[in-house]
Design a protein. Structure first.
Length: 202
């Protein structure tokens, strides 16, 4: 017996519904598997990140000989940098380590960290590189590390006004600074002279 058109439509809808129900079940199963995969990997990533940060802080502790409250302050500074800037807490910890290796104590390293981050941001370089460049200029000019912010600002302005990068300028300054200090030139004057040499292609 032939089915009526309305029965054909109803049957077709029923079959389609069964197919889609089957697909939905399979899709849900796939989605659950994918979610589990990414969840596990996200958890593993968090665990690894925490371990890497602790390892970085161990190096900071070794470089600063900090303990107790001072170490907690160093850790908090690195974590704050990771939470409020484009840099990670691990990168901030590496910068603190470099600053400590340059002779800064824990409090001085924490105070200099914002200047290092500003310099890294302006120069498009890593925090580790920026900290190395900054300490080279500060020490070469015989300045106190409390003036790190001033040094970073002057280098950024000098780079913007010349044909060299902030890292190139800082590297040149590391050679010129001791001589400039000997003859009594200021940071600003020395930076301007080095920038002019850069503009002249020297």
């Amino acid at each position: 017996m032939a089915m009526k058109p309305i029965e054909i439509v109803i049957n077709a809808k029923d079959e389609a519904s069964k197919v889609f129900d089957g697909l939905n079940t399979k899709l849900k199963a796939v989605a659950a598997a994918v979610a589990t995969y990414f969840g596990i990997n996200a958890f593993a990533s968090v665990v690894k990140g925490a371990a890497d940060f602790e390892e970085a802080m161990d190096r900071v502790q070794a470089a600063t000989n900090a303990s107790g409250e001072e170490l907690a302050q160093l850790k908090a500074a690195a974590e704050a940098a990771g939470a409020t800037t484009k840099f990670t807490a691990i990168e901030a910890a590496s910068a603190l380590e470099n600053l400590a290796k340059a002779g800064l104590n824990g409090k001085e390293a924490i105070a200099a960290l914002p200047a290092v981050m500003n310099m890294a941001q302006a120069g498009g370089v890593s925090l580790a590189d920026a900290s190395e460049r900054l300490t080279g200029v500060v020490m070469g000019m015989g300045l106190a590390f409390t003036e790190s912010g001033r040094v970073a600002d002057v280098l950024a302005m000098g780079a913007n006004a010349s044909r060299t990068s902030i890292t190139g300028l800082a590297e040149a300054m590391s050679y010129a600074a001791p001589i400039a200090k000997t003859v009594g030139l200021s940071l600003e004057s020395t930076t301007a002279i080095v920038a002019q040499f850069a503009n002249a292609g020297i």
